[in-house]
Design a binder for this molecule. Structure first.
Ligand SMILES: [Zn+2]
Length: 277
């Protein structure tokens, strides 16, 4: 957040938002509409949150007209960036704001998921708190449903409250067609081709439980969110539902029996991987 202080002084009077959006490190922000910024209702409560609120707002809306020294100007500039961020968090959950952020998401302006199995799925910025100055921005991947630190230090220092804790979830509520299919593909640790026992046991157990749940949901005709035929290991018996069901239950029973001898026990539905056999 410190990079654009000095070079900003010369052109701060014209099109402040254009300059802000195009500054290096501000790629996560979209441009807030003039109308949104000039509607006082949208800014409720921010006057106590931002130092020199009125000057900062004047600067953001390009009507700043105060003769002051450089130090004061820099303070107001800093306030303006903070104000823009706080308004940004409110703006991006409006219809217009969501549409703008969606465009950026489609262009992968927020980066791509670093997880190999996510195949470069685009990320969305998010906050871990709605209160400013607590947590920096994180990036959310809708495919693995996990969050990541931004790669660049310029992005890593942006306040998470400028995006908020709800925006990324609201986006998928408003545009449900964008929810990616759940990924069941994952990395299995191996040593020279052999699955590492403890991790492999856990993965097998989780796969069986998921398949069992899917089967039950399908019977009740509830959409599980998992794509059919995504899991290679368990798809061999997909044709006949009854047969498949029995086979699965047998697999689970066998699996439980086998693992008791290996020091892996299951209590209350949770796996406890004891010793590595
Ligand atoms: Zn991911």
């Amino acid at each position: 957040m410190d990079d654009y202080g000095s070079e900003s002084d010369s052109d701060y009077t014209s099109y402040w938002r254009d300059w802000f959006i195009s500054s290096r490190g501000n790629e996560y922000f979209c441009e807030i509409d003039e109308e949104y910024l000039t509607d006082r209702f949208n800014l409720t409560g921010l006057n106590t949150e931002v130092q020199y609120y009125q000057y900062a707002l004047d600067l953001v809306t390009d009507v700043f007209d105060l003769d002051c020294d450089d130090e004061m100007r820099e303070t107001i500039e800093k306030s303006a960036r903070h104000l823009y961020g706080l308004v940004h968090a409110r703006y991006i959950v409006t219809t217009r704001g969501l549409a703008k952020m969606l465009e950026k998401y489609k262009k992968a302006d927020f980066g791509k998921c670093p997880r190999v199995m996510c195949n470069s799925h685009p990320l969305l910025p998010m906050g871990l708190s709605d209160i400013p100055n607590l947590k920096p921005v994180k990036l959310y991947c809708a495919r693995c449903e996990d969050i990541y630190n931004p790669k660049s230090s310029r992005h890593a220092s942006i306040d998470g409250a400028y995006f908020g804790t709800s925006f990324h979830n609201i986006l998928f509520q408003v545009y449900p067609a964008l929810i990616p299919p759940k990924s069941t593909e994952r990395y299995v640790p191996r040593v020279y081709g052999f699955k590492v026992h403890a991790a492999a046991a856990l993965v097998r157990w989780q796969n069986l439980m998921r398949e069992d749940m899917r089967r039950r949901l399908r019977k009740m005709e509830v959409e599980s969110g998992f794509k059919d035929g995504e899991d290679e290991d368990l798809d061999e018996a997909e044709d006949d539902d009854g047969e498949e069901d029995e086979e699965l239950q047998q697999q689970i029973a066998e699996y439980r029996g086998a693992n008791q001898h290996h020091g892996t026990s299951f209590t209350g539905g949770e796996p406890h991987v004891g010793s590595v056999a």
